[in-house]
Structure formats: structure tokens, C-alpha cells
Design a protein around this ligand. Structure first.
Ligand code: AMP
Length: 463
């Protein structure tokens, strides 16, 4: 499989390991607020990616961290006058509940920063011992970026232009270089702290991930993912910490960075009033609609989220659902029990091969989805003439690639009342009572269903 590696700026081949699992780490949420649809662009993308690999015979171990101690969590807890733990617990629970509604189920291990303080201290000590970290009295322990000669190789910067990397936790006037970042921050009033032999305090942001990946994946692993905003400084810092402490290069083989999701052309932010939580979205739409919206865009490009993109996703999923229902209808009604026809076999095999090709080429999901639509339109005119076996094989060639991306398309069961009304309409039509037949069609429409008169009889579907 070819994957674009942010580190090399090229597509590189990823081979299926034969005697071990593929190891993937994706930066998980900072649990200080309701997760938004931007966060879930990243998480849905990686869920689909891992599902695809697994369905194609890859053995994968997928690790995600939970940042449950952080400036933003502490700030919110102090504002609300409650403990930082109740903030992180609440939003971690909401994160998992959103994941469930979105059908995200591929992560093998969620690891909280606060459950791994021992590993964080161990890595910090190694960095001190190797001369990459230094202490600032009454402040904390910092990574000296000028000591790591490869600093900047991911984001193509040098340690001298790294100052915009500084967040609150990394701020200190006494640092050796402006871009140095905190590994361990000594305790302050109203902040969580852990007693350790380096002094009581709390971890820096970047060390949490390398300590966790070291524990669960080892010093080197295959794929590291996260939204493009994390490339710098977070992932740059991770490379520095991991390669400096282990001495092994490369820390990670392939860095994958999905693009951002913007709302109506603007970065999502509370002050702009365009901040959409995943909960809000899911209160109005199904999880599949969001997955479709994400996968119908090339993963490295930004998504411009608008009402129209949501509507397009809903309509696309609806047309797939109706097509599958038509295939079920054919299987039920056709008298043609002959085996699959050569022509249909050729069409489905070519479609399957093209879908595989595009997914194996940097996981091009919009092209793969496009192929499914091409297949449906190539068969639309022939659908009522398919044999029973044809209808099964066509269904398989739509359902399987979608399932490999994490879609489960539910077909609708027509309620008895609607069935009865359509039978009545059919009878009116046969008796040439067209006024009654039209009135019944309208009634069915009002109840949310449509009718197509086909050579196999009357096909009813939900609007
Ligand atoms: P956070 O909770 O801020 O630590 O972010 C969790 C994940 O969401 C990270 O992988 C971020 O890169 C990603 N992320 C944050 N905002 C966006 C956005 N607008 N679009 C896509 N991914 C995002």
C-alpha cells in the first residue's frame, strides 16, 4: 500500500508485516470540552483506515491516548470551581459516547496520560541523563531543542524558528531556547500534582504521547496520525523526545496528517459562533452521514463543512440504500434463477479492482466512493433484468467495500400499512381506476414512501 508520509513529503510503500502486527498511534482528544466535528474528522478517518486494513488481512494494533491533564482542563475546572478530574472524566465519557454513535470501534487501547506518570518520569530521566533536558529551578524540566540535531525535520524548521511552538505550560523566561518545551512542570497552587523523585508536578503535553507509545508500541513503530495542526510543535517534539531518548531512528515510519475541517470557509471557533459539537450534529443526523462527509473528501485536503455538504452526504447514502433495496426486491421477485451472467461479473470485478487500486494508493476514499456510484449508474438501466444470483453479487460488490470503510447501510423494512396501500393501488391500476390509483400513490407519498412501477411489480421505498 502507498501512503503519503509527511516526514519525507512523498508517497511510500507500506508492506503488510508477515510475522507481527502493524502498530498505529493516533493522538486522541484533550478532554476539556465537548468534542467537535473537526476532532471527529480525524478520528473517523483513522477508524475507516484501520477497518480497511483489518478487512484486508492486516493485523493491526491501534493505540490512542487521552490527554486528561492539561492547561485547558485545569483552567475550566478552576472557572467552574470543580475538580479537574470531574472535567476530564465527564468529557472522556462524552467522547466515547460520540464514538459509539459514529460506529468508531477500531481502537485497541485508550491510554490516559495520568495512568502513565511512571513512564513519563522514566523518559524524562533518560533525557536528563543523555544531556537533552535541563531543570529550571522552581519551574520545571525542559527539553533543549538545540541539542537535538534533527529538530525540525518533520515541519521543515530549525530550532531557531520554533518559538511559535510555545504554549502556556512551556512558557518560561529562563529557557535556553525560546522553543524549548516542558517535560515536567513543578507543582503550583490550584494545579494537579504527582509526587515523584524529580519533584512534585505534572507532565508536559508532548512527553505524554512518547511515554505511552514507548510502553505499548515500543521505541519504534509504523504509523503515527493526528490532525495537521499537530504536525508542529507536537509531533516535532515527539520525534525529538523519542529519538533522543532511544537513540533509534526513525521513531515512526509514516506520519499521516488528515487536513482540517472548517465551517463555511472559516476555522471553527467558539468566538465565531460556528463551533459544532459532535453531539449537536448527531442529534440531527446519523453517524453514517458524518462518515460519508469525511470520506468523500481527500483526507489530506481541508473539508469545508456547509449545510450543503451534509445534504449531499444524506442524499448519497439514500441513493445507495434505495439501490440495495432494489437489489433485494429483484432477488425476491425475479423468476430468473439462472446463475450470474458474464457481463455482470465483468462489471463488478472491474469495479472491485478499481476500488482496491485507489484505496491502496494513499487511501483515496473519494475515488473509491466514486467507483461505487459509477457501478450503480452502470447497472441502473439493467437492474430489473438481473438474475437472482446477479443481484446478490452486485449487492456484495457495493456492501463489502463500504463495510471495509466502516459503513453499515441499513435497508428499510416497508411497514404493513404501506404494503397494503400499495397492493390496493396496484389493484386499482389493474382495474384501470387511475384516479383512485393516483390518490393512493399520493397518500403513500404523504406517509413518506414512494413507488416505482417496474417490470417485476411495484417497488416501494422510503423517501
Ligand atoms: P484535541 O482534542 O484538541 O487534542 O484534538 C484531538 C484531535 O482532533 C487531534 O488529532 C487534532 O489534530 C484534531 N483536530 C482538532 N481540530 C480539528 C479540525 N478543525 N479539523 C480536523 N481535525 C481537528
Amino acid at each position: 500500500m502507498l501512503l503519503y508520509n509527511t516526514l519525507s513529503g512523498k508517497k511510500e510503500e507500506l508492506k503488510k508485516p508477515t510475522n507481527r502486527t502493524l502498530k498505529i498511534f493516533v493522538c486522541g482528544p484533550t478532554v476539556y470540552d465537548y468534542p467537535h466535528i473537526g476532532n471527529f474528522r480525524t478520528f473517523v478517518f483513522f477508524d475507516s483506515f484501520v477497518k480497511y486494513l483489518r478487512l484486508n488481512g492486516w493485523r493491526v494494533f491501534y493505540l490512542q491516548n487521552i490527554t486528561d491533564v492539561d492547561d485547558k482542563i485545569i483552567k475550566r475546572a478552576n472557572e467552574e470551581k470543580i475538580s479537574w478530574r470531574s472535567i476530564s472524566k465527564k468529557f472522556e465519557k462524552i467522547y466515547h459516547s460520540d464514538e459509539k454513535k459514529l460506529g468508531i470501534s477500531s481502537v485497541d487501547k485508550y491510554a490516559r496520560a495520568t495512568d502513565n506518570i511512571k513512564e513519563i518520569i522514566k523518559q524524562t530521566k533518560t533525557l536528563i541523563a543523555k544531556g537533552y533536558a535541563y531543570e529550571i529551578e522552581n519551574d520545571g524540566i525542559y527539553f533543549d531543542i538545540s541539542k537535538f540535531k534533527d529538530y525540525g525535520k518533520l515541519s521543515k524548521r530549525t530550532y531557531l524558528d520554533a518559538e511559535d511552538s510555545v504554549s502556556r505550560i512551556d512558557d518560561s523566561l529562563n529557557k535556553r531556547n525560546k522553543g524549548d518545551f516542558a517535560l515536567w512542570k513543578f507543582s503550583k497552587p490550584d494545579e494537579p500534582e504527582w509526587p515523584t523523585d524529580l519533584g512534585a508536578g505534572r507532565p508536559g503535553w508532548h512527553i505524554e504521547d512518547t511515554a505511552l507509545s514507548g510502553k505499548y508500541l515500543g521505541e519504534q513503530y509504523d504509523i503515527h496520525g493526528g490532525g495537521i495542526d499537530l504536525k508542529f510543535p507536537h509531533h516535532e517534539a515527539e520525534i525529538a523526545q523519542a529519538e533522543a531518548s532511544s537513540g533509534k531512528i526513525p521513531f515512526v515510519k509514516i506520519w499521516m496528517h488528515p487536513g482540517h475541517l472548517n465551517v463555511s470557509g472559516k476555522k471553527m471557533s467558539k468566538s465565531l459562533g460556528n463551533f459544532i459539537t459532535m453531539e449537536n450534529f448527531l442529534s440531527e443526523h446519523e453517524g453514517n452521514v458524518f462518515r460519508f462527509l469525511v470520506l468523500s473528501h481527500a483526507y489530506r485536503s481541508p473539508i469545508n463543512y456547509t449545510e450543503e455538504t451534509v445534504e449531499n452526504s444524506e442524499n448519497a447514502l439514500k441513493s445507495i440504500r434505495i439501490f440495495l433495496e432494489k437489489l433485494d426486491f429483484v432477488a425476491e421477485k425475479t423468476k430468473n434463477k439462472k446463475s450470474e451472467t458474464e457481463e455482470i461479473n465483468k462489471i463488478t470485478a472491474a469495479s472491485g479492482a478499481r476500488i482496491k487500486d485507489v484505496l491502496e494508493d494513499d487511501f483515496n476514499t473519494p475515488e473509491a466512493i466514486g467507483e461505487i456510484f459509477k457501478l450503480m449508474s452502470a447497472l441502473e438501466g439493467k437492474i430489473w433484468n438481473l438474475t437472482k444470483k446477479d443481484s446478490y453479487s452486485v449487492k456484495k460488490s457495493i456492501v463489502l467495500p463500504l463495510a471495509s470503510l466502516g459503513f453499515y447501510i441499513k435497508t428499510d423494512k416497508i411497514p404493513l400499512k404501506i404494503k397494503r396501500l400499495s397492493e390496493k393501488r396496484e389493484l386499482s391500476r389493474t382495474n384501470k381506476q387511475f384516479v383512485q390509483a393516483d390518490a393512493l400513490r399520493n397518500k403513500i407519498k404523504e406517509l413518506g414512501y414512494s413507488i416505482d412501477d417496474t417490470p417485476l411489480g411495484c417497488f416501494v421505498y422510503k423517501d
